[in-house]
Design a protein around this ligand. Structure first.
Ligand SMILES: CC(C)[C@H](C(=O)O)[C@@H](O)C(=O)O
Ligand code: SF4
Length: 460
């Protein structure tokens, strides 16, 4: 019998092209994604070096970070000088012969939403992008991680990347989530309990009954925030839900090819008895809806909790809360639903279920930005756009939008925002913006209440 191996080891071992001096491996890269924020730089520098993209059919590019999300958009963006990122990336992508999902393309959307939607990420593949939330796609049992721009160049030119083998960690969520508690809350609880550096240097596999019970979109939310845990990536063993998701997607294998692929993908799961370098176990039933109170995702607490009495000064000064202050009940100025963490159809459905027949509190600016145009169309087909707009939310085109102050979209300086996104550091959503990260349900409930509120208090 061969030694039991982890999901990570199975993927890594079959992608190692060579073991290099100094302990690093040369790893074959199956898929590369670019976006307009960093894409033009990588493609242009490759071109300047006189090197073509080795295999353009494996390289994809989206427009998501800087694009305007107001309906009727074109290449113009609220980011000063932002249009050049878009036009230069478009020209460089066309020149390199890679696949581009452009601003007005029906497939446009946030990179980590579009790739799974189109079946570009597959179990067992290696996928990289110069974007830290590439780990989202590990939800498919892929090895997917964020890289720097020069590594993107190297990978595009050679189809490989040189890197040191990370350590492995398994995070097991046992038991069952309580009603109203979501994958976002699982990650905020993990990071609050084990620190924003807790996964450093590790490829993290999420496992256990509460993970198996999640749908694919929930699994993506979980893996998305592996980078907030400082992990190289997050991943989940592929199962029937994974295979069903991929069935019929444009770039995924179909027919007899799919059946053969599924047979292969079934072998990827971690073998019983395989050893991890580190293990964490969390009882899912102990998690409640979580909200951040500071400027790191580790500054998070249960909605019924309070800011710790020994909380550090600087984040509290920025966020404008005091030690021991209850988190629930804090008045908000704005609410945002969207991003690669929580901007998918199921996120929108769950928020809309709470908003139906209700209205955002007076004075609260609320906005929903679907993670992709496909999500937007699917939501409209179900009438979710009307639920949101009747509740007083703005209904936008897809993009990163207010997740990140890169496209110039923001709320008035200093606003307190409840947000379904993944980062809450100073200025993340714009000058002086005080971000509280939470699940889409908590965002919806808080928008209605005009203050940070527990979604479980609203009967959907
Ligand atoms: C702009 C991009 C490189 C960045 C990232 O790497 O994650 C952004 O997506 C973010 O979420 O901060
Ligand atoms: S939605 Fe936010 S976290 Fe995701 S890729 Fe865009 S900016 Fe980064």
């Amino acid at each position: 019998m061969p030694d039991p191996r982890t999901l990570f080891a199975k993927i890594w071992d079959r992608h190692v092209v060579a073991s290099l001096d100094g302990g690093a491996d040369l790893v074959a890269i199956d898929r590369i994604f670019l976006h307009e924020r960093t894409g033009a730089a990588a493609l242009n520098s490759l071109k300047a070096a006189g090197r073509p993209v080795a295999n353009p059919s494996r390289v994809f590019c989206v427009m998501d970070h800087i694009v305007d999300t107001r309906p009727g958009r074109d290449d113009r963006t609220l980011m000063p000088g932002g249009q050049a990122f878009i036009t230069e990336t478009r020209a460089a992508a066309r020149d390199a012969g890679i696949t581009l999902f452009d601003v007005t393309d029906p497939d446009q959307g946030i990179v980590h939403v579009v790739s799974p939607e189109l079946g570009i990420v597959l179990p067992g593949c290696t996928l990289i992008a110069p974007d830290s939330h590439t780990c989202t796609q590990g939800a498919f049992g892929a090895l997917a991680w964020g890289i720097g721009s020069s590594e993107a160049e190297h990978a595009m030119a050679t189809g490989t990347l040189r890197l040191a083998r990370p350590k492995t960690m398994r995070v097991t969520f046992t038991g069952e989530l309580a009603p109203g508690v979501t994958p976002k809350d699982m990650m905020l609880a993990l990071i609050a309990r084990h620190g924003a550096g807790g996964g450093k240097g590790h490829a993290v596999e999420f496992a256990g009954s509460a993970v198996e019970a999640l749908d694919m979109e929930g699994r993506m939310t979980l893996c998305n925030m592996a980078t907030e845990f400082a992990a190289m990536t997050g991943m989940i063993a592929p199962d029937e839900k994974t295979f069903a998701w991929l069935d019929g997607r444009r770039y995924a294998p179909g027919g007899a090819m799919l059946a053969a692929a599924v047979a292969e993908w079934r072998t990827l799961a971690t073998d019983p008895g395989a050893a991890f370098d580190a293990e964490i176990a969390i009882d899912a039933a102990t998690i409640e809806p979580m909200v951040s109170w500071g400027t790191s995702p580790e500054h998070s607490a249960g909605i019924s909790g309070a800011v710790p009495i020994d909380a550090p000064e600087r984040p509290l000064a920025y966020i404008g809360l005091g030690p021991g202050q209850p988190i629930g009940g804090t008045p908000i100025d704005a609410a945002f639903i969207g991003s690669c963490t929580n901007g998918r159809l199921s996120d929108l459905r769950r928020a809309a279920a709470l908003l139906k027949g209700r209205h955002v509190a007076p004075g609260v600016k609320a906005l929903v930005v679907p993670g992709s145009m496909a999500v937007r169309r699917a939501a409209e087909a179900e009438g979710l756009d009307r639920v949101f707009t009747e509740a007083g939310f703005e209904w936008r085109m897809s993009g990163c939008s207010m997740c990140f102050y890169a496209g110039g979209e923001s709320f008035p300086a200093g606003s307190r925002v409840i947000s379904s996104t993944n980062r809450n550091f100073e200025g993340r959503q714009g000058p002086g913006i005080r971000t509280h990260i939470a699940s889409p349900e908590t965002v919806a409930a808080s928008a209605i209440a005009g203050r940070i509120a527990d979604p479980r208090d609203i009967a959907a």
